[in-house]
Design a protein around this ligand. Sequence first.
Ligand code: GDG
Length: 476
Amino acid sequence: MADSNSPIADSGRSPFVLVANRLPVDRKVDDQGNQVWRTSPGGLVTALEPVMRQHDGTWVGWSGSPDEELAPFTHEHFHLAPVKLSAADIELYYEGFSNATLWPLYHDGVAFPQFHRDWWQAYDRVNRRFAEQAAAVAAEDAVVWVQDYQLQLVPQYLRELRPDLTIGFFLHIPFPPDELFSQLPWRSEIIRGLLGADLIGFQTPAGPANFLRLVRRHLHLRTRSDTVFLPDGRLPKVRTYPISIDAQGFADLATSDEARDYAKKFCEELGNPRRIFLGVDRLDYTKGLIHRIRAFGELFEAGDLDPDHDVFVQVASPSRENVAEYVKLRDEIELMVGRINGDVSRIGRPPILYLHSSYPRLAMAAMYSVADVMVVTPLRDGMNLVCKEYVACRTDQTGALVLSEFAGAAEELRQAYLVNPYDLNGMKSTLLRAANASRREKQRRMRALRKQIFEHDINRWADTFLTDLAQFREAR
Ligand code: GDG
């Protein structure tokens, strides 16, 4: 591939290895028509870049294309060690077990999790492959940090292959209670897989509590406080590390001239409404889009919101379009929005602007900076970064955040307008309360939210996790 890539450095072994389902790069076509790699935008990539640079780190992950055999290479500050996935692996391990078994099961079962033995076998096989690649690129006594629900067996396989390594694991989505998790036919295997790590991190305190209970119940192991006692003498720790965003980066983006221009045009195109309500989500059934749109439909139909002056903009970025539940959800949403707009709209002014599309980060920051009310109402969410990005972009301390109690972020963002998204009337009245609050009231809340987010940004999250992991390494 024609690119600035160079083969991986020296011995190809790194003292720091990150393992995630996807590599932090996407393939793009440049002006000359060549295929090149571009670093993907995103909080995790931004946060880990300095760590990767400082430790000459290697990132293990899938390139995003099926059946592609790629040798390790270097792009910008990242050494990349690709893991090959066949079309069948993608269907069974990724779309199947990861996104149609684990994803719904770990999100309160808001959609039915499907259990298929061949999906599990593929998950097991692919996890082993990721572990083998990590083992191949990790230097003696290296630190390896494994990310997320697609790779829960990697810590154990990696430990078997390389007992010298220090292994951390972080789960980005909720970890479910016993009552749900125990449905999983392979529940003990997953718990054992995770216990290969020295440190297991979750988004909220419910994670460690649920996990430790399962360890006692299914593996009959002793636990005390945040520690598991394993028969081989190892003592893995289980703790909470709420993830965050590059708060200053978002604030800078939102105040840039380009974002201000974009925001101005955006408002003009909307007809400069009195109030903008905004939702930004991946199109996912966990994000509560149906409940949210229904609430807005009722508010417009009842005249509580006025289509001449109020608009609800919903950005739904395309996601997992090969998974059946997601196709169904998209149809349902489009039917609902069409009905509401048909019933309520005036010519040229639909009350709900539904955008099934992805936008550049600059556009997102611009939209956040002009949204009077940000509506983040997932049915269950590990953390939710969108609400934190909104707060970071409110450099003038205005705006109101309506936030679901079931987002991990609600544990920290107590000054948001908290709602139960299943309680339609409660959600409607809170939306109106947030929209009609005095400027003073909104500023008081926003100031507190901003303090929290700027003091607990993504760098602090990564530093805290890696410092704890290094301590356990010393203690070993
Ligand atoms: C998982 C967990 C946890 C969305 N649309 C566009 C776009 N985005 C960006 C947002 C935000 C990110 O995607 C979404 O992050 P969330 O946290 O809201 O949700 P998940 O994707 O479900 O993430 C979640 C997270 O992992 C981290 O641990 O918080 O609970 O489910 O950054 O801005 N970005 C751009 N265009 C879009 O159209 N550029």
